[in-house]
Design a protein around this ligand. Structure first.
Ligand code: PLP
Length: 393
């Protein structure tokens, strides 16, 4: 299947048809597997014979999802996890030890910052933060203890982008690994491994599912890092993916490219339309020619993606009035769903930051984030219009 196109692999890879001749991928709901003899059981446990033992280690439905996602990201190996956070935890536990340092982009998913600062720090792993799009700052912050460079691109919610080729070169010059949380783009729009990254991390909860049904995650990379180190943590510590969720994600991957292109088309239209609204002060969207890293569109990232952020006039009052005037958009911090969502980052996802930290991160009180779903864009615009009209200067 490796030679086939992206859409074909997204639909066909990973399902090894059983003697039943099923067309759809089966869900293997079994916790353990039966051996034909005591000798076979011994050989499996000793690792002398390949095969399933227990579903905390391997499960055929989970493996189908792993093979499919590995193929789409262009990696040798994928390991699925119970959530996106479990994927990040497994990478850190598998590849780092006390005394090592993580160098990370400052703008990160909130729970990731919490994991690094509160929990990993307790085990002697320190994290240093640098501005995502400033490669000189990354290079200057590396020291002899730095082992892992970590980033999300584009960032949430301001859609700032890192140049992944540059970051990979910096990482490897200093004998470090580069891990990229590819949740916002998915392999349909961006493949970090092809740009030099060592590890790709996913919250499958978002676009891989695409319909807001299940929580899950994954790590993709080579046989050594992912197949041995990360897998070793998963099978021992246990935050593995359930076969039912794996099956939902398999179905999600089948339409991934279609959906991502449609999300991005809608987001681009919405960003253009917002630019023309007098109540909007600034629009953040990588597809806009005024975006500071717009040059990466087409060379790193296929389109601008599905997330648009914008500053409303009137600060928090303006932003809340806009959000509360919507009837169609869902007021929720989730993203990657067919349903469009609207969020006020300063009082939700970034509410735990101090006002100084928020303003350093560029998260203004008037900032609104829309994760554009797959509804008709005219209906999304019509839903935003009352709140925007209310604030004409
Ligand atoms: C949601 C999210 C995560 C965490 O994933 P869960 O599946 O919720 O554990 C990590 N990174 C990014 C960018 C996310 O949006």
């Amino acid at each position: 299947m490796m030679e086939a196109g992206f859409a074909t692999r997204a639909i066909r890879t990973g399902h090894w048809r059983t003697p039943e001749g099923e067309h759809g991928e089966p869900i293997f709901t079994t916790s353990s597997y039966v051996f034909s003899s005591a000798a076979e059981a011994a050989a499996r446990f000793a690792g002398d014979q390949a095969g399933n033992i227990y579903s905390r280690f391997t499960n055929p439905t989970v493996r189908a999802f792993e093979e499919r996602l590995a193929s789409l990201e262009g990696g040798e190996r994928c390991v699925a996890t119970a959530s996106g956070m479990a994927a990040i935890l497994a990478v850190c536990m598998g590849l780092l030890k006390a005394g090592d340092r993580i160098l990370s982009s400052r703008s990160l998913f909130g729970s990731t910052t919490m994991l690094f600062n509160k929990y990993l720090a307790r085990f002697g792993i320190e994290t240093t933060y640098v501005p995502l799009s400033d490669p000189d700052a990354w290079e200057a912050a590396i020291d002899s203890r730095t082992r892992l460079l970590f980033c999300e691109t584009p960032s949430n919610p301001l859609t700032e982008m890192a140049d992944l080729r540059q970051l990979a070169a910096i990482a490897h010059r200093h004998d470090c690994l580069l891990a990229v949380d590819n949740c916002f783009c998915t392999p349909a729009l961006q493949r970090p491994l092809e740009l030099g990254a060592d590890l790709v991390i996913h919250s499958a909860t978002k676009y891989l599912d695409g319909q807001g049904r299940c929580v899950g995650g994954a790590v993709v990379g080579d046989h050594k890092l992912v197949g041995e180190e990360v897998f070793g943590v998963l099978r021992t510590a246990g935050p593995t993916l359930s076969p039912f969720n794996a099956w939902v994600f398999l179905k999600g991957l089948e339409t991934l490219e279609l959906r991502m292109l449609a999300h991005a088309r809608g987001a681009a239209q919405l960003a253009d339309w917002l630019l023309a609204q007098p109540a909007v002060e600034h629009v953040y969207y990588p597809g806009l020619s005024g975006h500071p890293q717009h040059r990466l569109i087409g060379t790193q990232q296929r389109t601008g993606g599905g997330i648009v952020a914008f500053d409303m006039r009137g600060g928090q009052t303006g932003a809340w009035r806009l959000i509360d005037a919507t009837r169609l958009l869902s007021i929720t911090a989730n993203l990657g769903d067919t349903k469009s969502t609207i969020t006020h980052p300063a009082t939700t996802t970034h509410g735990r930051l101090s006002p100084e930290e928020r303003s350093a991160a560029g998260i203004g009180d008037g900032l609104v984030r829309v994760a554009v779903g797959l509804e008709d864009i005219a209906d999304i615009q019509a839903d935003l219009l009352p709140g925007l009209a209310d604030l004409q200067p």
